[in-house]
Design a protein around this ligand. Sequence first.
Ligand code: ADP
Ligand code: MG
Length: 461
Amino acid sequence: MSDSNFSSLPLQTAILDNLSTLGYQSMTDIQAQSLPAILSGQDIIAQGKTGSGKTAAFGLGLLNKLQVKKFRIQTLVLCPTRELADQVAKEIRKLARAIHNIKVLTLCGGMPFGPQVGSLEHGAHIIVGTPGRIEDHLGRGTLSLENVDTLVLDEADRMLEMGFQTALDNIISHIPSQRQTLLFSATFPKQIQAIANQYLQAPKVVKVESTHASNSISQHFYHVENDEQRLTAIRLLLLTHKPESSVIFCNTKKETQSVADKLANDGFGVVALHGDLEQRDRDQTLVRFANKSASILVATDVAARGLDIESLDAVFNYHIAHDSEVHIHRVGRTGRAGSTGYAFSLFNDKERYKVGLLEDYLERTIEAEILPDSKVLQSSVFLPKMTTIQIDGGKKQKVRPGDIVGALTGENGLAFEQLGKIQLGANWAYIAVEKMVARKALNKLTHGKVKGRSFRVRELN
Ligand code: ADP
Ligand code: MG
């Protein structure tokens, strides 16, 4: 066993001190296994489930070797989606808090090009981005990677599945071959091996158990005849277990939207996440789910992959996943941090072979269970506890969470406990408040002032 204490690593003191203020007491398995090699400059291939702490593994590596005084792009992190890139950038900034003047820039699609060019002109140390947009910048000559000495491929399997192989080849051809390359992937298909052979040098391979501690997840399987029964099964299970936060995994965008629409029609607090949504809608969807203004997220694997969603009470597999590893991955999102989570999987006759594959993979037999009694369908739907209020003022208007709390909790205002998460964007803020006091909150914000100004206020639905 390796020492799981961060202080056993050759990290800068400032970085170490910051880790303890972040509450990172010891390394996760994947960090303990990969960080010594990463810090010694080796290439690595690391495989680990969502939530295993891969970001800090490469984040600490790249920060520790960064030359802050040399104001050039030294690190490129490639991620499959904008949400993931945003999350990675956020985590890197958190880890970098103790080092002055580190500039992390995200370059993703769905965002206007011009401001990105402006930011690039100002310079950066670390770029986190999606392959498509990075390629665009390279094509237009607005980005130079000639000083990059660390390349991170995060969620590499997902990038390949999304068809980024050519973009990756092109981008990597712009990076000096004298570099450290770190590849992270949840699954390990042949294509990843091919990429590794091509782009990594004598990598250390690290694999952390992909099966989740099975005792904290209670898995249940149900046989259904057709799609109508599938939806009924979901309703029955939702109404029986009333999970505060759950994800329903669907196989296609179309199915995702249709399941979400039908549940919304029943009155559930549901949101959908898939690739066809406008970026702004995707952002709002995630905000509302994370702050508990929506209790059910219907999503495709691609859309939900890697998202750091805390504490899911249940995961539903509308169809059992094509691949056993994907199944384990989905299911591993519940039952975190010692709490028990439920995983409900539906399959029809045609999908029975997937149950067989899963039995082989898990080395246990799977018995289909009987669905809850249909009487449950008569009970009323449960609703999310919170709702989200948006104000059209954010960081650019110098609004801070404290200003919002102040405006809401003043005289005749809300109790502090009735407030949930506050998230600030450039020109907006999302505020979760208990549904019961939504009207009061809207009133307070509409008639009162935040930071001495009146902003436009509305409830998101
Ligand atoms: P992955 O990329 O493997 O899916 P993340 O890097 O997103 O996982 O990490 C999941 C969560 O765990 C994040 O919220 C992160 O801040 C937290 N985390 C990572 N490393 C540690 C640690 N050593 N101690 C405590 N929390 C950690
Ligand atoms: Mg990750």
